[in-house]
Design a protein around this ligand. Structure first.
Ligand SMILES: [Zn+2]
Length: 172
């Protein structure tokens, strides 16, 4: 499947021109043998000055940290999933030569399985035992933020093909 140009492997991340998308930020090697790729999952263009709210960031962190690890293709290769402090995106670290296309496809599978959220009960791990601030979440705004991000990664035709055509027709 051909990717949108917002899905690239590039070390050149200039925040003045950076758009929403999925970018390879760096590759580092642990113990001279294990290559770890650090991906920039950019939900909001930095120059738009419209970061996500803390509720969306926290909700997406819970869902992605859980569901991406269960993904059949890349789940076992995930090292970490963390929010950016600037609230414009997330960092995903992977091993085993996971590609941008592998991640894009995994995001579509998770999207199809989990979104749109109907209530806070759909947010895994949101309780006092597993989380530091279970009162911090967002349902509607997270649905909007995820659909917007998926539109940055998938054209309308690609979304239909991947079974996530609803990202272009958000009726919730
Ligand atoms: Zn939490």
């Amino acid at each position: 499947m051909e990717s949108k140009n917002s899905v690239v492997s590039s070390f050149d991340v200039d925040h003045l021109t950076l758009r929403e998308g999925l970018y390879l930020r760096s590759v580092y090697t642990i113990n001279d043998s294990l290559a770890v790729h650090s991906w920039d999952m950019r939900f909001r263009a930095p120059m738009d000055h419209s970061p996500m709210g803390s509720g969306e960031v926290h909700t997406i962190e819970h869902l992605m940290a859980y569901y991406l690890r269960l993904d059949e293709k890349i789940g076992a290769s995930i090292v970490s999933f963390c929010p950016m402090g600037c609230k414009t995106g997330f960092y995903l670290s992977t091993m085993n030569d996971v590609t941008a296309e592998d991640i894009r496809a995994a995001l579509a599978r998770v999207y199809k399985q989990v979104f749109p959220l109907k209530s806070k009960d759909d947010i895994v791990g949101l309780n006092e035992v597993q989380c530091g601030n279970p009162g911090l979440f967002a349902v509607a705004a997270t649905n909007d933020a995820m659909a917007a991000y998926m539109r940055a990664l998938y054209t309308r035709e690609q979304a239909d093909e991947a079974g996530i055509g609803s990202i272009y027709n958000c009726a919730w």
